[in-house]
Structures are given as structure tokens and as C-alpha cells.
Design a protein around this ligand. Structure first.
Ligand code: PRX
Length: 583
């Protein structure tokens, strides 16, 4: 089916200079250096994201503006102004300093979306340390991998999550302090031997702190992301990324002073930091943080209650809202909404149009990834939407489709989506893995790992991943991690993991497993293996389907051929099987 272009939805067009109404000219004339003047910088001359996002607004006299409306999963409500955010993050910076945390140290956060997570995050940046947020649904294995690799010195955690991962703590030689946050006294006995109590330390900490004079290129945040092989890699970002967050917050998200903004992403993933912290707050915008999970009625209720005007969410959530029913939005007053955006997976044109028909405005798809740190391609509020397309590149960034040699191809041709290095929010390295970082570049291009096409008007259309990485509900899953967890189960001899297309989650994790002699292929065993992986990794990462096979197809060198498993699953041609192991 053909989806017609949706012409300019309602929006301001005083977005930001350049305001992209004359897109070609804006792109041509753009200069990051000029945009750089929109950031304040630290009094001592450096740059720090915490200062740009929080303290700057206090300095400019906007300290009493609400920065965060928080709604807890038990219905608790809390409100924090920029003054509060400054004071709380200063206090936490003092707590960290007292613990001996210094510039360049890694400080990790493993907890759900409570206000303290945000205070801690900016406190970490203020001492010049590198913040590493972890997805709170992770089980012990992914947490251990990340803390070990990063050499984290301090971990912030809630009592329940501390219990969940207590078995890995003795294996972390670099971890010096565990700071436990007992939000609203939810736990009776929160502390264990050697723990630091967040509440006790914060109570006695001073609310004055002079942010460490970090420079533009100093590291600020690291997010682990999965690849085809090996353990996840820590993509490291620099403080100057704030510049691109601020600019794209205007160009793509259409953020304005009076907006109430809601980003549904968890801060354990890059969308939750770049667009759940940096973009709204560098723009001085009020945002809603909702601790609860997905439920269609709860989500519409949040929009109604807080009068959300700009909403940034993800395709799986949108498809779940579609599934919940077209009549449900009508039961709520959603008239506060002005602009809706989506990221993380392909947004099918039906979903764009559903937004238009049922909520009254289309979803604007945009594209980026952990490594790019911020939006690079977007459907802008001031431009027509081509449903199904990710949009066009932001000013100051050159993206292209390249062939295997890294040469640009003609419009309409499928190839690798590539970006010319040098944009402000680009990752600076993979932590302690420069070799892997270097392998991402070819012929002067950064290769994103995505396959795409560009049409003759410069719009980009997603085709698929170039590698075996699985995208389930917007979370990238490395098949190797799941396979490694599977073969730790005593019954499993071999495992091969693929992404199986799914109408809601885009892909689900499917595992093919062969068993050791003596184990029977029963549903009971299948469920047991699923539960085993779920408790090690996370519910969303564990296979949703397991199929037993006698043996798995392997190359002569013994590598499991995931592509073949996938082709067989999809009933597609099996391609080149010349390296297949002979039985
Ligand atoms: O494959 C692309 C897909 O998600 C990947 C990035 O995932 P991650 O590093 O976790 O970053 C999340 C922050 C966006 C991309 O390489 N992806 C992202 N946006 C889109 C997308 N696929 C299709 N359409 C999109 N708009």
C-alpha cells in the first residue's frame, strides 16, 4: 500500500536558527561553532553537561521552574525545580568526593526511574566522573560484564536490585563503594555490611559544590551496546554531546520553554539519557518521569494528567497502543499534545498514520544509535512526513549510503548507512577496545551496521541490520550473549540465536538448541531453560521461543551459522552454504 506524504503538521516554525523550514539552505550554511555559542560553559572555561542541563538555568534566573514531575509506580507524586536539581546533584557530588571519586572514575547506576537516579547522574558528572547507567531489568550477568569491563569504582543501587545481583559483587575487584538508595523507605532493612546509605550521606552533605572544570572532550557517559560477537562494548561519549542534544531537542523534538515533555525510554539505554535528561534539560524544559511500566490506559492518563505536549516514544509501544484499541485514546483528554516522535526500531507507516487518525497528529520517526549519541536523521516538525521513512539528516552531519568499498552509491540503491565522522555527540571510543572502535570505520566513513536506502530527495529508508544483532522492542541484543547463557544450562550442548520477525516487538529472540545425551526434549525442559536464561540476563533478552534440533548447522571451523538458521526459519533461500560442516 502507498502511504501519502503527510504535509506539515501543526508546529511552531521558530524552532531554532536554522529553523529547517528552508532545509537545503539550513544544511548548506550550518556551522557547529556558531551553535556552540548557545551553550554557556563553566565559569572556569570548560564544559560540563550537568552545568548546561541544570545549573545554567539557575544562573539565568529560572531556578524556580519545574524541571521534573515524578510519578512513582505506587502513585507517589514529587516535583523538583531546577533549584532542587542543582542542590541535590551538588549534594551527591559532595558525597562522591567524600568517597574519593575523582575525574575519570566510572560511577554506575542500577535502579528504576526514581528522582534520585537523576540527582546522582548529574552529581557524577559534576565531579568529572563517567556515568554508566544500567537497565534496571538486567539480571546479574549483564551487570557483572559491564561493571568488570568499565572498572566501576562505585555503584548506586536500590535494595531489591542489590539482592538480585549480590552473588556477583565479590567478583568485582575495582568496585569500592555500594551506595544504596532506599526511596521513600520502601525497604525495611535496606543496608548490608559495608554499604553506604544514600539518605544518610545526603542529609549531611553540603548543597554547594563547584563543578569540576571538565573540557568539551572529557568523557561524560558510557552506554554498553551489543554487537554480533563478544561481550557488549562500552560506547563512551564526551561532554560536548550536550550541544547536539540541545540542537536536536529543538529541530526534531520541537521543544519550547512552555512544553511538558515525556520521554518513555529508560535511562539504562541511551535514549533515556540523551533525550530523557540532556535534550529536555539543556533546553530548560519541564519533563515528566514515570516510574511505572507500559499499560495503555496508564500512559494516556499520564499525558492527560501532566498535560504532556511533546512525547518521545518507541514503535513497540505505539504498536501496543494500537493493539489496545482505537477507542481508548478518546476516553482521555489528549488535547495538550502538540508533537509526537518515535525512535529505536523501524516505525511502520501504519503507525504514523494511526497517530494522525486516532490521536490527531502523526508520529515523527527519527534515527540514531548508541554510537551516534544523538539524533542524526529525522522527520522534522516543520517538514512534510514521508510515512515509513526515517527522514533526512540534521544540519552539520553528512550521512550516506555506501557500498562494500565505502563508496557512495546512487539514490535508490541499498547499501550500508554511513556517517562522516566529526559530529559533536559521536562516541569517542569503545571502552578499552580501540580495535573494535577502529573496525567501525572504512574509507573515511563511520559504518553504522544498518542497511538502508536514500531516495532522490535525500530521505533515508531503513532496510535492516547488516549483522546478526537482534532488535527486540527497541533493545539491541547480541546473539552471542544469549547463546553463552544458554550453554551454561547443563542440558544444552549447542545454541544458535536469531531475531524472528514479530508484529509488535519488531523481532523476538528465538533460540535453536541441541541437547546433551540423556536429556529429553520436553516442554518442561524448554520452560526451565527459558527461565534459566531469564534469571541470568533479563526477561526481554531471554529467548521467547526455543526450538530443539539434533545439531546446529556450523561452518567447517565450527561457527554456528545463524544466517542459515534464520533463512530456514523464514523459509528463505539458504544462500551460500559451501562452508557448511559436513555431517
Ligand atoms: O538498527 C537501528 C535501530 O536501532 C539501532 C540503534 O540502537 P541503539 O544503539 O540501542 O540506540 C537506541 C537509540 C536510538 C540502529 O542501529 N534503529 C534506531 N532508530 C531506528 C532504527 N531502525 C529503524 N528506524 C529507526 N528510526
Amino acid at each position: 500500500m502507498e502511504y501519502p506524504i503527510i504535509s506539515k503538521p501543526n508546529s511552531y516554525d521558530d524552532v531554532l536558527e536554522p529553523n529547517l523550514t528552508n532545509y537545503e539552505k539550513s544544511v548548506q550554511d550550518f556551522d557547529w561553532q556558531e551553535m556552540r555559542n548557545r551553550l554557556n560553559g563553566l565559569p572556569s572555561g570548560g564544559l560540563n553537561l550537568a552545568h548546561e542541563a541544570i545549573d545554567r538555568h539557575v544562573d539565568l534566573g529560572n531556578g524556580s521552574k519545574v524541571a521534573m514531575y515524578w510519578e512513582g509506580s505506587n502513585g507517589e507524586e514529587e516535583t523538583y525545580t531546577f533549584n532542587d536539581m542543582k542542590a541535590q546533584s551538588n549534594k551527591f557530588a559532595n558525597v562522591l568526593s567524600k568517597l574519593g571519586i575523582q575525574k575519570g572514575d566510572r560511577a554506575f547506576i542500577f535502579m528504576g526511574r526514581v528522582p534520585e537516579l537523576y540527582f546522582a547522574f548529574f552529581g557524577i558528572l559534576k565531579v568529572g566522573a563517567i556515568a554508566g547507567p544500567l537497565f534496571s531489568a538486567f539480571g546479574p550477568d549483564p551487570v557483572k560484564d559491564r561493571l568488570l569491563d568499565s572498572g566501576a569504582k562505585v555503584l548506586l543501587i536500590t535494595p531489591d536490585l542489590r539482592n538480585k545481583i549480590s552473588n556477583i559483587l565479590p567478583d568485582l575487584p575495582d568496585l569500592e563503594h555500594i551506595v544504596v538508595i532506599n526511596k521513600n523507605n520502601r525497604h525495611e532493612n535496606p543496608l548490608q555490611d559495608g554499604d553506604v546509605s544514600y539518605e544518610a550521606e545526603m542529609e549531611s552533605a553540603s548543597a554547594d559544590f563547584e563543578t569540576v572544570n571538565t573540557q568539551e572532550e572529557d568523557y561524560s557517559i558510557m552506554h554498553y551496546t551489543s554487537g554480533t560477537t563478544g561481550k557488549p562494548k562500552g560506547a563512551v561519549h564526551a561532554h560536548i554531546a550536550a550541544l547536539q542534544h540541545m540542537a536536536t531537542g529543538k529541530w526534531a523534538l520541537d521543544l519550547h520553554d512552555e512544553d511538558i515533555y515525556w520521554c518513555t525510554a529508560d535511562p539504562g539505554w541511551v535514549t533515556g539519557t540523551s533525550y530523557g535528561m540532556s535534550a529536555p534539560w539543556t533546553n530548560g524544559v519541564t519533563q515528566v518521569i514515570y516510574e511505572g511500566g507500559f499499560r495503555a490506559s496508564d500512559w494516556y492518563q499520564i499525558i492527560q494528567k501532566y498535560k504532556v505536549s511533546v512525547w518521545y516514544t518507541a514503535p513497540t509501544a505505539i504498536r501496543m497502543l494500537m493493539k489496545a484499541g482505537d477507542q481508548i485514546p478518546g476516553r482521555y483528554d489528549l488535547s495538550s499534545l502538540r508533537h509526537m516522535c518515535s525512535v529505536g526500531e523501524p516505525l511502520n507507516p501504519e503507525a504514523v498514520v494511526w497517530g494522525q487518525n486516532v490521536i490527531g497528529m502523526p508520529f515523527h520517526d527519527n534515527w540514531w544509535q548508541t554510537e551516534t549519541g544523538a539524533i542524526l536523521i529525522a522527520n522534522y516538525p516543520v517538514q512534510d512526513i514521508r510515512p515509513g521513512s526515517m527522514g533526512r539528516p540534521i544540519p552539520g552531519v553528512k550521512t550516506a549510503i555506501v557500498d562494500d568499498e565505502g563508496t557512495e552509491v546512487e539514490p535508490g540503491t541499498e547499501g550500508d548507512l554511513a556517517v562522516k565522522p566529526g559530529w559533536p555527540s559521536m562516541f569517542r571510543t569503545y571502552w578499552k577496545n580501540q580495535e573494535m572502535y577502529d573496525s567501525k570505520f572504512k574509507n573515511g566513513w563511520y559504518l553504522t551496521g544498518d542497511r538502508a536506502r536514500m531516495d532522490s530527495d535525500g530521505y533515508f529508508w531503513f532496510v535492516g541490520r547488516a549483522d546478526d544483532v537482534i532488535n527486540t522492542a527497541g533493545h539491541l541484543v547480541g546473539p552471542f550473549e544469549v547463546e553463552s547463557a544458554l550453554i551454561e544450562h547443563p542440558a544444552v550442548a549447542e545454541a544458535g540465536v536469531i531475531g524472528k520477525p514479530d508484529p509488535v516487538a519488531f523481532e523476538i529472540v528465538k533460540a535453536f538448541v541441541s541437547l546433551h545425551d540423556g536429556f529429553e526434549r520436553t516442554d518442561k525442559l524448554r520452560n526451565e531453560i527459558m527461565g534459566f536464561v531469564r534469571s541470568k540476563l533479563a526477561a526481554g533478552v531471554a529467548p521467547r521461543e526455543i526450538e530443539f534440533l539434533d545439531s546446529l548447522p556450523k561452518t567447517r571451523s565450527g561457527k554456528i551459522m545463524r544466517r542459515l538458521l534464520k533463512a530456514r526459519e523464514l523459509g528463505l533461500p539458504e544462500g551460500d552454504t559451501s562452508t557448511l560442516e559436513e555431517d
